[in-house]
Design a protein around this ligand. Structure first.
Ligand code: HMG
Length: 401
C-alpha cells in the first residue's frame, strides 16, 4: 500500500502527516460553439464520423475577446474567496497557447484576480501535460509551506486550421484548481509515474499559428505511453485496475479516452469493465461539448466525472492519465475526501454549457480567422458578457478588463 499522506517536519522538527490536494476546481469555456454535425456536413463528411468516430458533439470557439489569459481568469474567479487570494503565494499556468515568449500569462492572471502581491507567477509548457506537472509542483510547494495555497490553471485554444483533419478536434477553455493542505475535493497521492520520449507527433513551431500533427502517429503514441506508464505504475505500487473506482484520461477527443480505457479493461472481470465504462461515460460529458482544451482536457474530464457520476464516494480512488505530445505521459491517482460533493460547481458548469450560443459554420469560420494586429497598431474590442476579457491591444501590449 502507498502512504497517501506526505510526512513533513514542522518548525520544531517533529514529523507530521499532511494531506495535500484539490480543494476547489472550476472550468470556463467561451459562450459560442459550433455543432459537430453541421461542421461535418460543411466539410462533406458523414456526421457520425465526428459524433461517434471521434465522440464529439459540439466544439467551443474562442472569439478574439477570449484569449488564454482571460479564459484562465474566468475559470478561477468564481471559486476564489478573499481569504484564498491572501493565502495563494504561487500561480502556475500550464498552457501551450502562450501569448508572449517572455512574459508569463500567470502574471496577467495574478493581476486580474487580485492575488496577494507576494506571490510567484509562472507559465509551464509541455503540450497537454503542463498542468499535471503544475499540480505536482504545487503539492511539493505546500509540503514545505503548509499554510500556502497554489492556484494551478490550465488554459488553451486548440487550433489546427479550417478544412484540416485536425479541425474536428479543436476547442477552447480553461480549468482552475486550488491546491491546499486538507483539501475538500481530493488528495493527490504520491504515486505518479512519468515517462518522457523525444518524438514529433504533435508540435507547434514558434512561427506557426496552427499546430502541426501526425494524427495517426499521435494516436498510437498516446496509447503506447499509456501502456508504458500503466505497466510501470502497477509494478511500483502493486495496484491493479480493480483498485480504481474510475479513470480519467486526457481527452483530445472523447473517443481517444475510450480507446485508452479499452486497452486496460481486459485486466478486470466483466462487472468491473461495465462499472469503469459507465464512469468513463460520465467523464466525457463535458469534453464532448467543448472539444480539446489541451492542458485542461484531463481536468475537464475529471470535473465531468465528479459532476456527472452518480456513484462516487469519499475514499474512492480515481486514476488519471495525462499525455502531452512531444511527449510526456504520466499516470497518477487522487482519492476523494468526505464532503467532496459539496465543493462541486456542477450547476454553474451545466448552466455555462447550456447558455452558450450556437454559431453557423460560416460565422465560426469568420471568428476563427480574426486576428490581432501584429504591427503595434491599436485595436479596441467590443465588450463581451464574461467577467474578464481582452479589451484590445496597443503598442504590442494586451489590455484586459
Ligand atoms: P481523421 O483522418 O479525420 O479520422 O483523423 P479517421 O479517418 O482516423 O477516423 C476517425 C475515427 O472515426 C475512426 O475511428 C473511424 O473509423 C471513425 P477509429 O478507427 O480510430 O476508432 N469513423 C466513423 N465512425 C462512425 N461513422 C462513420 C465514420 N467514419 C469514420 N461514418 C484525428 C482523426 C484524430 C487523427 C485528427 O482529427 C487529428 O489529427 N487530430 C489532432 C491530433 C489528436 O487529437 N491526436 C490525439 C492523440 S495525441 C494527444 O492527445 C495530444 C494532443 O492533445 C496535443 C497535446 O498534447 O498538446 C493532440
Amino acid at each position: 500500500m502507498i502512504n497517501y499522506v506526505i510526512r513533513i517536519k514542522n518548525d520544531v522538527g517533529r514529523v507530521t502527516n499532511m494531506n495535500i490536494g484539490i480543494d476547489k476546481l472550476h472550468f470556463f469555456t467561451p459562450h459560442v460553439y459550433v455543432d459537430m454535425e453541421e461542421l461535418a456536413e460543411a466539410r462533406d463528411v458523414e456526421p457520425a464520423k465526428f459524433t461517434i468516430g471521434l465522440g464529439q458533439t459540439q466544439q467551443a470557439v474562442a472569439p478574439l475577446t477570449q484569449d488564454p489569459v482571460s479564459m484562465a481568469a474566468n475559470a478561477a474567479w468564481p471559486i476564489l474567496t478573499a481569504e484564498d487570494k491572501e493565502a495563494i503565494d504561487f500561480i502556475i499556468v500550464g498552457s501551450e497557447s502562450g501569448v508572449d515568449q517572455s512574459k508569463a500569462m500567470a502574471v496577467h492572471v495574478h493581476q486580474l484576480l487580485g492575488i496577494n502581491p507576494f506571490a510567484r507567477a509562472i507559465e509551464m509548457k509541455e503540450a497537454c501535460y503542463a498542468a499535471t506537472v503544475g499540480l505536482q509542483t504545487a503539492v511539493s510547494h505546500i509540503a514545505r509551506h503548509p499554510e500556502s495555497k497554489v492556484l494551478v490553471i490550465a488554459t488553451d485554444i486548440a487550433r489546427y486550421g479550417l478544412n484540416t483533419s485536425g479541425e474536428s478536434t479543436q476547442g477552447a477553455g480553461a480549468v482552475a484548481m486550488l491546491i491546499s493542505k486538507d483539501p475538500r475535493v481530493a488528495v493527490i497521492n504520491d504515486d505518479a509515474v512519468s515517462y518522457t520520449g523525444d518524438i514529433y507527433d504533435f508540435w507547434r513551431p514558434n512561427y506557426s499559428t496552427y499546430a502541426k500533427v501526425d494524427g495517426k502517429f499521435s494516436n498510437e503514441q498516446y496509447l503506447s505511453y499509456l501502456e508504458t506508464v500503466w505497466t510501470e505504475y502497477k509494478k511500483r505500487t502493486n495496484k491493479t485496475l480493480a483498485d480504481f473506482k474510475a479513470l480519467a484520461f486526457h481527452l483530445p477527443y472523447s473517443k481517444m479516452g475510450l480507446k485508452g480505457l479499452r486497452q486496460l479493461l481486459p485486466e478486470v472481470d466483466e462487472a468491473k469493465q461495465a462499472a469503469l465504462t459507465e464512469q468513463f461515460e460520465a467523464s466525457r460529458v463535458y469534453n464532448k461539448r467543448v472539444g480539446n482544451i489541451y492542458t485542461g482536457s484531463l481536468y475537464l474530464s475529471l470535473i465531468s466525472l465528479l459532476d456527472q457520476s452518480q456513484n462516487l464516494e469519499a475514499g474512492d480512488t480515481i486514476g488519471l492519465y495525462s499525455y502531452g505530445s512531444g511527449a510526456v505521459g504520466e499516470f497518477f491517482s487522487i482519492t476523494l475526501v468526505e464532503g467532496f460533493k459539496d465543493m462541486l460547481a456542477d450547476e454553474s458548469h451545466q448552466a455555462m454549457l447550456d447558455n452558450r450560443v450556437q454559431l453557423s459554420v460560416a460565422d465560426y469560420e469568420l471568428i476563427f480567422q480574426e486576428e490581432l494586429p501584429t504591427d503595434g497598431s491599436q485595436l479596441v474590442l467590443s465588450e463581451d458578457e464574461e467577467q474578464f476579457q481582452l479589451a484590445g491591444v496597443e503598442g504590442h501590449k494586451r489590455l484586459y478588463k
